[in-house]
Design a protein around this ligand. Structure first.
Ligand code: GRF
Length: 203
């Protein structure tokens, strides 16, 4: 499975994907890593793994549609089949979604449709819910709303702090995202006419 990864920050999920590929548990190749920020640490991780990187500076985003068009062009040029958002803090818009229909994935640090938005871990913690988690879903034009591929629960214990909860959720994400990608690599994941994700058993 040829993937392009979009990042904006630390890239720990990118690292988990790279590690699972190197360990032979994820049948994928990261063709390019594109960052919305030139100072994202994830770019260093990509370079250390010998992966082509593209960093977009702020000015590029002044014109959002053309920024997304140039990202789509980079992804296509690198031969990507799927686009993997991993801590990418920008909206993907039509130029990318149209070029990769039902092939853009996002990772969200809560059990969607609960706690959408940029502060999902904190929002869940402050709401006092006892279970939250992580979600892998296909991205569409509506933020945090596309068809859900995989989810895993994380319990919030009495002695959890926001920091410890963040750690638990990130640890789960680092397992869940590569697993979801492996299901896709095995050709088991489809989006049905009902706009839900259907997962075929291992064949
Ligand atoms: C993850 O918590 C992900 O759910 C959210 O952004 C974070 C990315 O972390 N969308 P990293 O850059 O992969 O370390």
């Amino acid at each position: 499975l040829k993937i392009g990864v979009l990042i904006s920050g630390s890239g720990s999920n990118l690292q988990a994907i790279i590690d699972e590929i190197e360990a032979g548990r994820l049948d994928a190749e990261v063709c390019v890593v594109i960052s919305s920020r030139p100072d994202a640490y994830g770019l260093v991780r990509a370079q250390q793994a010998g992966i082509k990187t593209v960093a977009l500076c702020k000015d590029v985003y002044a014109d959002y549609e053309s920024a997304n068009a140039s990202i789509a062009a980079e992804l296509k040029a690198a031969g990507c089949e799927y686009v993997v958002m991993a801590g990418y803090m920008r909206m993907v818009t039509d130029p990318i979604l149209d070029a990769f229909p039902d092939r853009v994935l996002n990772l969200h640090p809560a059990l969607l449709p609960s706690f959408k938005g940029a502060h999902a871990i904190r929002d869940a913690y402050e709401a006092g819910v006892k279970v939250t988690g992580a979600t892998v879903h296909f991205a569409n034009a509506e933020y945090d709303k596309g068809p859900i591929v995989a989810q895993r629960a994380v319990e919030i214990a009495e002695d959890d702090t926001l920091d410890s909860l963040e750690e638990k959720i990130h640890a789960v994400e680092h397992v869940l995202y590569p697993e979801a990608l492996q299901m896709i690599a095995e050709g088991r994941v489809t989006v049905g006419d009902d706009r839900k994700v259907h997962i075929a058993p291992r064949g």
